[in-house]
Design a protein around this ligand. Structure first.
Ligand code: ASP
Ligand code: MG
Length: 461
């Protein structure tokens, strides 16, 4: 039995959805599908909250749009009959609930985290019901299993929930295995689970991958397949490096490091639940389903130069907290990080020296973090400095810190194209090395590093 996650990027337009249904029919009988919302629907639901808050008149428009998108696909891809009808019934019930929730927002003038999660989860619920109906119309045995029905429990944190694996493991098989016994297909909406209080809690944007991993681990699946509209992880962003190649095999640690970068191949926490059980993850391109894609497991072979990918992130802003003797003053790091966390701001990474704590943020958070630290009394620092227009580069490959010459080779390549390295972090990870460059230096640096590790035939470390 395998768990197949179908991404929102492939649930786009009639043709693609038709292709997915055919692929499922051919390859997934007796398996579990975990589905994302149709392409763009989660964004519609989320931006809809602001619109609903701004003016009541916007609400019917949002509802009508959601109805049109789903009904169009249903109408074009299945005949009118019992499957079609059961879907339209479910859709109209769901839309009525959603409409009430939007009016609730407008009335209370507040988007609470709880409301945010409930509303954001509708896309997955609709797409699961739609796919089930489309499969039924093809005379396949398919059944939707909602997270509350199968006991997909979480820790209750809105917007960033974590599955309660112990409970999920004991609940899920009982609820889903009966579907498999009849060679049926179980369709589960991704992206959210239920708190012990019965509340909908999402796993964060892109969280359906994590849902699928949780379900694969709980059911003891043989494989977790992630269906997307790309082949898999690449050795660099192909828009920046034309020679970028597909990475055929990765270790769990390599995939976990790479998933933090912008390419959005996997939700950063997908590896967590399946790693312990050694369930392999396969990325599959639904546009070319016979391509091998990227395989992630515990036995990934090393690339000949150790490095598998040169990744980057441009959504970076730095706040430098200048203070003396950072390492000799107990509690300074905790005070700084504590103050920022208290304001709900996410710290992407921290690099410290004796005179400075450098905090890495998403761009939108740097100024917020600076203001938060200015409130600290007494001040545990001398000066705050913002660093913008920078990009983070990560070279990723299991064993890179142990292998002599990897870092030297990387920095020689960077220096060779006249680029200055702004800050280096030899993270605690065995599989990644991070550093910063100025934004304008990014393409040059990436190309130089990629060619030293991938194109230069002399480079066998
Ligand atoms: N639909 C959700 C999102 O767009 C979750 C997902 O697709 O994984 O973030
Ligand atoms: Mg999505």
């Amino acid at each position: 039995m395998k768990v197949v996650k179908i991404g929102g990027g492939c649930l786009k337009g009639i043709k693609n959805i038709q292709r997915i249904i055919a692929l499922v029919a051919e390859r997934c009988q007796g398996d579990c599908l975990v589905v994302s919302a149709l392409n763009g629907i989660t964004d519609t639901l989320i931006t809809g909250m602001e619109k609903a808050l701004a003016a009541e008149e916007n609400i019917p428009k949002i509802i009508r749009h959601l109805e049109t998108v789903h009904l169009k696909i249903a109408g074009d891809l299945m005949p009118v009959g019992s499957c079609f009808e059961s879907f339209t019934k479910a859709l109209s019930t769901g839309l009525k609930d959603l409409e009430r929730l939007y009016y609730g927002l407008n009335f209370t003038r507040e988007i609470t985290p709880r409301m945010h999660d409930i509303i954001a989860s509708f896309g997955e619920r609709f797409s699961a019901q739609l796919l089930t109906a489309l499969l039924c119309a093809k005379k396949l045995k398919a059944a939707t299993r909602m997270p509350h029905q199968i006991g997909l429990l979480t820790d209750g944190r809105y917007g960033d929930a974590t599955a309660d694996m112990k409970r999920v493991r004991s609940n899920l098989p009982k609820q889903i295995n009966p579907v498999f016994r009849k060679k049926g297909i179980a369709v589960v909406p991704g992206f959210y689970g239920i708190s012990t209080q019965g509340e909908i809690t999402t796993f964060g944007r892109g969280g359906s991958d994590y849902s699928a991993a949780v379900i694969a681990a709980a059911l003891g699946a043989e494989t977790l397949e992630i269906w997307k509209d790309v082949d898999g992880f690449m050795s660099a962003d192909p828009r920046m490096v034309t020679e970028a190649e597909l990475i055929p095999r990765l270790s769990y640690a390599e995939a976990a490091e790479l998933s933090y970068f912008g390419a959005r191949i996997l939700h950063p926490r997908t590896v967590e639940p399946v790693r312990k059980k050694k369930i392999p993850i396969v990325i599959k391109n639904t546009l070319a389903p016979d391509n091998p894609g990227s395989l992630i497991n515990s036995k990934s072979p090393r690339h000949r130069t150790v490095i598998k990918s040169v990744a980057h992130d441009t959504d970076i802003g730095i706040l430098k907290v200048h203070a003396s003797a950072v390492g000799a003053r107990p509690g300074i790091l905790a005070r700084v990080a504590g103050q920022i966390t208290e304001k709900g701001i996410n710290i992407k990474s921290v690099v410290t020296s004796q005179t400075c704590i450098s905090l890495l943020f998403s761009k939108k958070d740097v100024e917020k973090a600076r203001l938060a630290l200015k409130e600290l009394k007494p001040r545990p620092y001398r000066r705050l400095e913002k660093l913008e227009h920078v990009a983070l580069i990560g070279i990723v490959g299991e064993g890179l810190l142990k292998k002599k010459g990897v870092a030297a080779r990387c920095f020689t390549a960077v220096a060779g194209c006249g680029v200055n390295v702004e800050m280096i972090s030899f993270g605690p990870s065995r599989a990644a090395l991070y550093f910063l460059v100025k934004m304008q230096d990014l393409p040059g640096a990436i190309t130089a590093i990629h060619s030293t590790f991938f194109s230069d035939p002399r480079c066998v470390l």
